[in-house]
Structures are given as C-alpha cells and as structure tokens.
Design a protein around this ligand. Structure first.
Ligand SMILES: [Zn+2]
Length: 307
C-alpha cells in the first residue's frame, strides 16, 4: 500500500498537459494530466501498476452527470462476451484487442514458456505481457465509462438483469445452448472474467444513476431470451443463435434485443410505470422489493412466486 500525502497546494500546473506535484521524500515530480484537475481534491497517492507505469491520483468527489429528463426508459441485456444489447435495438460491443496485438500476445506467451524461471529475460517478457493486458484493461475501462454515462444521460429509467440470478442460471446450465453468444465463454476462466466485467459495469451504472436521479431497476429476468416480446410465447425453439423467430406469432428480432425488450417490460411493470408486461399481457410479478441505494428497486424470485 503506497503512502498518502496532501494533494492540495502541492500541485503546480506547467501547461495544459503537464504539472508537478510535491511527493514526500521525492520532491517535485513531473506528471502528465490524464484528465482535468477537479476544483477540489484531497489526498494524493503514487502507485505503480503491473505494466510498470507510475500513476499519481487524488481523491475527489465524483462530478454529477449533467442531464435533464428525457422521458425515456431502456432495457439492457448483458451478453456473456462483453457486449450490451438495448431495447432500442442497439448492440454495443466492448473493444477487443486487434489482430496484431493478439499475435504479439501469443508470441510472448510462447517465449515465456521457453524462458527459465527467475531469469531477467523472463521478467522482461512478463512485463511486456503485463503492458498488453494493461492496454486492454484501459480500453475496457474507457468503454465502460462512456457507455454507462451515455445510458444515464439518455434515460430516466434503466432496467437490467439481476446478475446474481443470471450467473446462477448460467452456472446451473453449464454453458447455455446459445453458441453464437458464448462460444468463447465456455471455459470457467472466461466466464469469471465476464462476471467480473459485468459486476463492474452494473456497479458504475448504479453509482451514476443514483447520482443523477435516474431510476435503476433490477429484474430477475426469467426466460428473457426464450420469451417473445410481442406475444409472450415462451419456447426454447424461439431462439436460434443470434436470431429470434417466435414459433407462435412469427415475430422476428435480434435475440439479444428481444431479451432487452423483455427486461425493459419487466422493469416497467415492476416499478408500476406500466400495467402490463411482456407482449402487453398481465403477468403476476408481486410487489417490488426495494433493495440497495436510492433509485433502485428489485423483484425477488420469492415475491414473484408468492404472487
Ligand atoms: Zn410471439
């Protein structure tokens, strides 16, 4: 754990991009401003990440997101590989490493396997791999911050799946019979990465929604991918990989968008904004059980069963 020091009054801006900070036992250290300095901030901390990069950070209150009411509500289906489908029919995918980067990663991994433990060469290869991983983590982080801000700016209500339930279902089923979506998420490790990615995503969404007065609803989202949003007919055969074609009414949609629409319908019903659920049909959901912070509601499976 790195020591904290007083940040205020120890920073001198040199230009728009550079500044110096007085670090105890180091003196004045020049650093690049990766983001504008907030008007008020507290303790500073110097850290070194796995990729060997030094960072200085200052504790500061999160600036609230500026927004005005839009009257819009949205449902989100979080894919197992990092992607978001919205009930508006938009698919947002997290940036993936490029082909050249993947090739370099493979080469470095092979090199690492040949190198003897404890050698300097091996340490250098490890650092190069850590740099690649850090670059991808930065990209994912940027993407997550942008997407969550945009969702909060544009919508008065956001309905998402309760991930605890989603994960439970996914693990119980082994790997869901939807190969197009999670063919690469079959290994436990990948699933774990996706799970962590989504918990960070929903946590940031929750924080931003609460700060901006946006209503966030978590729904248990049962059968979201098998249920037709148009007529509420639920059947495994409705879904074929990425395509949804209802066996009862013929309704066609992208499978994840159909799921996102169901999640929105559940959320609107749960919060009392709509009197009917999926396909305009009244389904008993039971009372909304408030959980967590402001602007959040959740339907529990138990409440649903009791209804
Ligand atoms: Zn249908």
């Amino acid at each position: 754990m790195s020591p904290r020091f007083e940040g205020r009054d120890t920073i001198r801006k040199l230009s728009g991009r550079w500044a110096t900070v007085q670090v105890p036992k180091c003196g004045a250290v020049r650093f690049r401003l990766s983001r504008p300095l907030p008007p008020d901030f507290g303790m500073g901390r110097v850290t070194k990440d796995a990729a060997g990069r030094w960072h200085v950070s200052f504790a500061a209150p999160q600036p609230p997101i500026e927004r005005s009411a839009t009257g819009k509500a949205i449902g989100l289906d979080l894919g197992i590989t990092v992607s978001v489908a919205t009930s508006d029919g938009v698919l947002k995918s997290a940036p993936q490493p490029g082909a050249a980067e993947l090739k370099r990663k493979l080469r470095l991994e092979r090199k690492l396997a040949r190198q003897s433990k404890g050698s300097n060469r091996r340490a250098r290869t490890k650092l190069a791999l850590a740099k690649l991983a850090a670059r991808q983590a930065d990209r994912l982080n940027d993407w997550r911050e942008k997407v969550t801000t945009q969702l909060v700016v544009e919508n008065d209500l956001i309905s998402i799946e309760d991930l605890r339930v989603k994960n439970m279902m996914a693990s119980a089923k082994g790997s869901i019979a939807a190969p197009g979506k999670n063919v690469r998420a079959k290994s436990g490790l990948n699933r774990e990465i996706a799970r962590q990615g989504w918990s960070t995503f929903s946590r940031r969404l929750e924080q931003k929604a609460a700060a901006a007065g946006v209503e966030l609803v978590r729904v248990t989202a049962r059968d979201t991918s098998r249920c037709c949003n148009n007529c509420s007919h639920t059947e495994e055969g409705n879904r074929k990989n990425q395509a949804f074609v209802c066996k009862a009414c013929g309704h066609e949609d992208h499978a994840d968008v159909n799921a996102a629409k169901n999640i929105l319908a559940d959320g609107l019903l749960a919060t009392g904004h709509e009197a009917t659920g999926r396909g305009g049909i009244v389904r008993p959901f039971g009372p909304v059980v408030p959980s967590g912070g402001p602007g959040e509601a959740s339907i529990t499976e138990a409440a649903r069963r009791a209804a």
